[in-house]
Design a protein around this ligand. Sequence first.
Ligand SMILES: C[S@@+](CC[C@H](N)C(=O)[O-])C[C@H]1O[C@@H](n2cnc3c(N)ncnc32)[C@H](O)[C@@H]1O
Length: 286
Amino acid sequence: GVDMNDDMLSLARSYQSEMASRIGSDRVSFRKAHIQDLKLDLEVVDRYLTDHPVISSADLSRFDEWKSEQRNKAPLVADSSVDLVVSNCVLNLVEESDKRILLEEIFRVVRPGGRVAISDIVSDAPVPQRLKADPALWSGCISGALQEESFVNAFTEVGFQGVSLAKWDAKPWQTVEGLEFRSVTVTAYKGKGTECIDRGHAVIYRGPFSQVNDDDGHYYPRGQRIAVCERTFEALLDRYPENFIGIRPHGEVEPKMWCASAGTRRPASETRGGEHRSRESSGGCC
Ligand SMILES: C[S@@+](CC[C@H](N)C(=O)[O-])C[C@H]1O[C@@H](n2cnc3c(N)ncnc32)[C@H](O)[C@@H]1O
């Protein structure tokens, strides 16, 4: 768990042993950090500042250098080290200029193939500057809220895939000057980051829509055998077995770097006899 506030950390830690006995293992720790700077352990910073108070610009320069060194040599949360990031009602509290950095930071710490589930308050229209300047509305998780569309786009902009609105509260949490503020949850994946190698795989999008597009620029018309690289094949079938039928190549196919354009069809003759991956069990005659 990460929070920047000592009181909140104490509160969380005060329940730690009770929670450990309830779940049968003490595998949680609570760390002091800014969520937009997960490399810097603020408890280490506090200790440094006790020993090296900053009282001049020269001290400040030394402090800045020390922080950079800490981030590089002893990051609190290392790159690609987290399976799943969950957060509730924190993003809106982060300065507007830091919101993109925060999303990039979450992307940095999630391992390839890992996931996020981020809940926050969003607005149904952009929040006017006048409301943003109101400290009570800001600390009340209102005026720092992103507009709902920007919130979803923020995840794709930093590289997350399969970004979905897992929850969207129909009932607004609050309405301020006619703007509705509600709680939503976005879930998303970090891609595996492996190379795009063509090994002869294909997928068929089941429907019900006439076509779906993914964030990599691929599109899948309903019912068509579309050629995909192995990485895309695994991602689609692992994440969306309800929506896609996977068709593996028949026998060994010479692997080659992917170069076909999106929407390229895979002729049935290339995969006939191959192993098909489908949520239904095979064996019936129809
Ligand atoms: C509205 S509370 C939500 C707490 C908790 N997630 C929950 O659902 O009960 C917001 C928390 O975010 C923390 N917070 C706000 N900005 C932060 C930041 N930039 N980095 C780390 N924690 C932050 C605050 O200290 C506070 O504990």
